[in-house]
Design a protein. Structure first.
Length: 167
């Protein structure tokens, strides 16, 4: 399973680290990307995001994972705003072992993954051979098809929990 994480409110690096630690309490985290800075998408009048991707092992249903991740967000301090608005932490299921479905929640794979440079960049770092279960494209192929803006840049800080990326 692959997760995407993002934060643009408060100490973004600390929020990502806290979310990764909380995810590690509910699942085996076996790979974490570097952190990336990205321009906001949707509602653009807000601070830039920090993003990361994580690969986990999960033994339950997609619904149970979604519920667990929403609990992680609450424990890390997510407060309600508005759609695409600023947030302390956001954790999305990008892929659930190749499962495809449109209902019920969560929609799988993530319905806007192909258009999100901020999710594809860290995903392509930790899973270079992963293929989208519908299009068959790799994260890198989808990434290189996108326009350069909104941009994504690697942050010098790297997660302390992160193993080295596999190439």
């Amino acid at each position: 399973m692959y997760l995407g994480l993002g934060s643009n409110r408060g100490d973004r690096g600390a929020h990502l680290e806290a979310a990764l630690a909380e995810i590690g309490r509910i699942a085996s985290v076996f790979r974490v990307s570097c952190f990336y800075r990205s321009d906001p998408v949707g509602y653009e009048n807000q601070p830039e995001f920090w993003n990361a991707a994580a690969a986990i092992l999960w033994q339950d249903s997609p619904e149970a994972l979604l519920e667990a991740l929403q609990s992680v967000e609450r424990r890390v301090g997510r407060t309600p705003t508005f759609r695409n608005g600023p947030r302390e932490i956001d954790v999305d299921i990008l892929d659930f072992g190749g499962v495809t479905r449109e209902t019920p929640d969560p929609v799988l794979p993530h319905p806007r993954l192909e258009s999100r440079r901020f999710a594809l960049t860290p995903l392509s770092e930790i899973a270079p051979k992963w293929r989208h279960p519908v299009s068959g494209s790799t994260a890198w192929e989808m990434l290189t098809a996108l326009p350069e803006k909104p941009g994504v840049r690697r942050v010098a800080l790297r997660s302390r929990r992160s193993p080295s990326p596999v190439r």
